[in-house]
Design a protein around this ligand. Structure first.
Ligand code: C5P
Ligand code: C5P
Ligand code: ZN
Length: 450
C-alpha cells in the first residue's frame, strides 16, 4: 500500500466528517506533504453511490479513503484506491490496498480507529511520521475507543507507545470526564455522563453546592478553576465523594470504577487549551467538520494555532450549544419503547450530523432505560432520514450487532447502513421509519437468540 501511494502523483483523500475522519485525513495529508506530493481532500457524510460515481468521473490518479471505504472495497475497481478504515467489512478484501483491523480478526470499535489505520500506513512509509501518532490517538478518542476498558487497548496502545517514545503523547490515570483542561470544575461535573452522577449530572446548582461541601474553591479571583488547576488532594476528595454517591445509589463497583481511567495528553500543545487533551481536541474537530467546515479542523491538525484555531474555538461554542439544545429536545420528545429497541424521532429538531452524539449521550443518562438499544432519527437536507443507533457493552456481550442489523434493514428499504456492533448508523427513505424499526427489531431478535 505504501508503495502505491509513493508511486502516485495526484492523490485525492476522501474522509469522514467526524473527529476521527479529520484526524485520519490530516495524517494522510501530512504524510503526502512530507513526500512533496500534490494532494486534495474532501469530507463526506457517507460514501454513497453519488460520491463514488463522481469520484469515478473525476478520474484521480489515486483515491485514499480514510475512516471510510471498507464497505465498498471490492466495488468500483476502476477507481485506483487505497483504504485505511476500521468499520465492519466483508472479509474478502485485497490486503494490498486495504487496511482494516477487522481483516485481522480485531474489533474496529476499540482496537484501532480510522486515524490509527492511516497512521500505520504513514509510519510504514517513513519512520519519521511517528509524531503523527498524536493525531491517531485524537481520532481514537473521538470515536470513544477508550470507552470499553476506560483506556485504549490493542493496536491503539502500540500507537500510544510510539507517541510516548517520540515525546508527543502521554497517557496517565485521571478523572475521565470531559473538559479537564478548559471547563470550570462545576461544568465538568454538570456535563458528566459516563458515569452519569445521579443528583449532579445536568444540575448546575447541585454541582456547585457539592463542590462547596467538599471544600473546593471554585474561583481564584475572576478565574474559574479547572480540573487541572486542582491540587492532588482536592481531586482525590472529589473522586471519592462521587464514588460514594454512585455506590450509595446502588450503582455498584463496576460503574464507580469508570470514574477514573487513562487520559491522553498531547505534550507539544499548550496546557489549559482544548488541544492539550485528546478528548477535548477531538470535540474541537467535531465542531468543525460536522458543520460543513472541515478545512478549519484540518488546518488545526496540520499545525495552525492562529486564525484557524480561533475559528475552531468559535465553532466549538456553537457545537456545545447545539448538543445541549439537542439533548433537551430529545428528552422532550417521547422515547418510544418496543420489544427489542427504543427510539425517538427528532425530525428537523436535531442536525443529522450530531444525532449520533445526542443518541449516545441520551443512552448514558438516567432518563433512558439502557437495557434496550436506542435509535435516534433525524431528517437530512436531501429529504432522507438519518438513523443513529447505540447500545451498551452488556447487550453486545449478549450477541447484539447494530452494524449488521442496520445494514440489513436499510438495504431492504433501499437505504444504506453500517458501522460497529455497539454504534451504527443508516440513511433510509423518508416515511420508511416504521418499516425500518420492524426490520431492525427482527434482526436484533435473531441476534439475541443465536
Ligand atoms: O464512523 P465512526 O467509526 O468514526 O464512528 C464511531 C462511533 O461509534 C462514534 O460516534 C462513537 O461515539 C461510537 N462508539 C460508541 N461506543 C463505543 C465505541 C464507539 O458509541 N464503545
Ligand atoms: O452517524 P453515527 O455516529 O450514528 O454513525 C455510527 C457509526 O455508523 C459510524 O461508525 C458511522 O461511520 C457508521 N455509519 C455507516 N453507514 C451509515 C451511517 C453511519 O457505516 N450510513
Ligand atoms: Zn472512525
Amino acid at each position: 500500500m505504501a508503495e502505491t501511494i509513493r508511486k502516485s502523483r495526484d492523490v485525492h483523500i476522501v474522509t469522514h466528517i467526524d473527529a476521527d475522519g479529520i484526524s485520519a485525513g490530516a495524517i494522510a495529508a501530512k504524510t503526502l506533504k512530507r513526500l512533496g506530493k500534490e494532494y486534495s481532500l474532501e469530507c463526506v457524510k457517507q460514501l454513497d453511490e453519488m460520491v463514488l460515481k463522481r469520484l469515478l468521473d473525476e478520474n484521480h490518479g489515486l483515491v485514499w479513503f480514510t475512516d471510510l471505504g471498507s464497505g465498498v472495497s471490492t466495488s468500483y475497481p476502476e477507481i485506483n484506491k487505497v483504504i485505511t478504515d476500521h468499520h465492519m467489512c466483508p472479509n474478502d478484501s485485497d490486503f494490498s490496498f486495504h487496511l482494516n483491523p477487522h481483516l485481522f480478526g480485531r474489533d474496529g470499535s476499540y482496537d484501532m480507529s480510522g486515524a490509527g489505520a492511516t497512521y500505520l500506513v504513514a509510519k510504514a512509509m517513513d519512520k519519521k511520521n511517528v509524531d503523527l501518532s498524536a493525531l491517531a490517538i485524537v481520532g481514537a478518542c473521538g470515536d470513544l475507543q477508550d470507552k470499553k476498558f476506560c483506556k485504549l487497548s490493542g493496536t491503539n496502545r502500540e500507537i500510544l507507545k510510539d507517541g510516548e517514545k517520540a515525546g508527543v503523547l502521554l497517557g496517565r490515570m485521571d478523572i475521565r470526564y470531559f473538559g479537564r483542561e478548559t471547563r470550570p470544575i462545576a461544568k465538568l461535573l454538570q456535563y458528566s455522563n459516563d458515569p452519569f452522577i445521579p443528583g449532579l449530572s445536568r444540575r448546575e446548582d447541585a454541582c456547585i453546592s457539592f463542590l462547596q461541601d467538599c471544600g473546593i474553591r471554585l474561583k481564584d479571583d475572576d478565574y474559574w478553576r479547572k480540573w487541572i488547576d486542582l491540587e492532588k488532594k482536592e481531586r482525590q476528595k472529589i473522586i471519592s465523594a462521587i464514588a460514594q454517591i454512585l455506590l450509595t445509589k446502588g450503582f455498584g463497583y463496576n460503574i464507580a470504577e469508570r470514574l477514573v481511567g487513562e487520559i491522553y495528553i498531547l505534550k507539544n500543545e499548550e496546557q489549559g487549551t482544548e488541544l492539550h487533551d485528546a478528548k477535548e481536541f477531538a470535540t474541537l474537530l467535531n465542531s468543525t467538520a460536522r458543520y460543513g467546515q472541515h478545512e478549519v479542523g484540518l488546518n488545526v491538525c496540520l499545525g495552525d494555532r492562529d486564525e484557524w484555531l480561533k475559528k475552531a474555538r468559535n465553532l466549538l461554542r456553537g457545537h456545545r450549544a447545539n448538543l445541549v439544545e439537542g439533548l433537551q429536545f430529545a428528552k422532550e420528545e417521547e422515547i418510544q419503547k418496543r420489544t427489542f429497541l427504543q427510539f425517538f424521532h427528532a425530525k428537523d429538531g436535531i442536525r443529522d450530523t450530531i444525532i449520533g452524539i445526542v443518541t449516545n449521550m441520551l443512552l448514558s443518562s438516567e432518563d433512558v432505560d439502557n437495557s434496550l438499544p436506542l435509535m435516534g432519527f433525524a431528517y437530512t437536507e436531501n429529504g432522507d432520514v438519518k438513523v443513529s443507533a447505540r447500545a451498551t457493552q452488556v447487550l453486545i456481550d449478549k450477541g447484539l450487532n447494530l452494524s449488521s442489523a442496520l445494514k440489513q434493514a436499510a438495504k431492504e428499504l433501499g437505504g444504506a447502513g453500517g458501522g460497529h456492533d455497539i454504534a451504527a448508523g443508516a440513511t433510509i427513505p423518508k416515511g420508511k421509519e416504521e418499516e425500518f424499526i420492524k426490520l431492525v427489531e427482527k434482526e436484533i431478535k435473531n441476534q439475541l437468540v443465536l
